[in-house]
Design a protein. Sequence first.
Length: 252
Amino acid sequence: MPFKDLLIVFIWRQFSVRYRNSVLGILWAIIQPISMMMLLTFVFTYIIQVKTGSYPKPVFYYSALLPWTFFVGAVNGSVKSISGSQSLVTKIYFPREILPLSGIFVAFLDLLIAGSIYIVLLFYFNISLNYTVIWIIPIFIVLIIFTLSVSLLFSSINVYYKDVGLIITFLMRLMFFATPIIYSIDKLSLKLKLLLFLNPMTFIVENTRRVILEGRDIVLWQFLLALALVLILFHVSYKIFIKIEKDFADVI
C-alpha cells in the first residue's frame, strides 16, 4: 500500500477512534473553543476587567483559541501515536512519521470545523476582511511546522519514557500563560515582548489577530524570528526522531 494511502487510513483510524461512541461527535471540535471563549469572555468582563482593544472580547479570544486548540489537540493526539500502535510498529515497516502526522491531520480537520464558527462571529460583529487575511497562510505554515516538530519530538521520546504525557500536560499549562491568549502584548516592554516571542505561539496568536481583526500586515521581524525558531526546532526534532526510530520495534 502506498504510504500516502496508508496516511489516509491512519487519519481515518484516529478520527473514528476519537469520536467513536461519542454522542456529540465532531461537534466537540466546535464546543471546546466556543466554551473556552465564553468562559474567558465572562471572567474577563464581569469578574476581572481586561481591555482587549477596540474589538469585541469573543472574537479577541476566539482568534487565539483557534490556533491554540489546534496545537494542543495535535500534540496530545500525536504523543502516544507510536507507543499506542505496538501491533503495527512491531510487525510491519512503514515510515513512523505517519503516526504523529495522522494526529496532526485530525486536529486540522477539527480546526476547519471550528473555523466555520469564527467566520460566523466575524460576520455577527460586523468585522470586515481585507487583503491582509492572505497572511494567515504563512502564519499557519509556521503553526504546522511548530506543531509537527513538537509532535515528532515527544511522540518518539514517549516510546522510551512513558511519563512524557505528564510532561506535555505541564508544558501546555505553562505555554497557555506564555501565549497572549487572554491578554494583549501591545503595552509590554520590548524586552518582555522579545522574551515572549521565543514562544512561536506568541507570533501565531498576535499576528492572527493583527491580519484578521486589525486588517494590518504581519510584523516581518516577528515572522522571520518565528520561522527561524520553528525550522531549527524541526531540524533537531526530526534528527532525533530518525536517530531513535530504528529501535522503536524493540523498545515499544
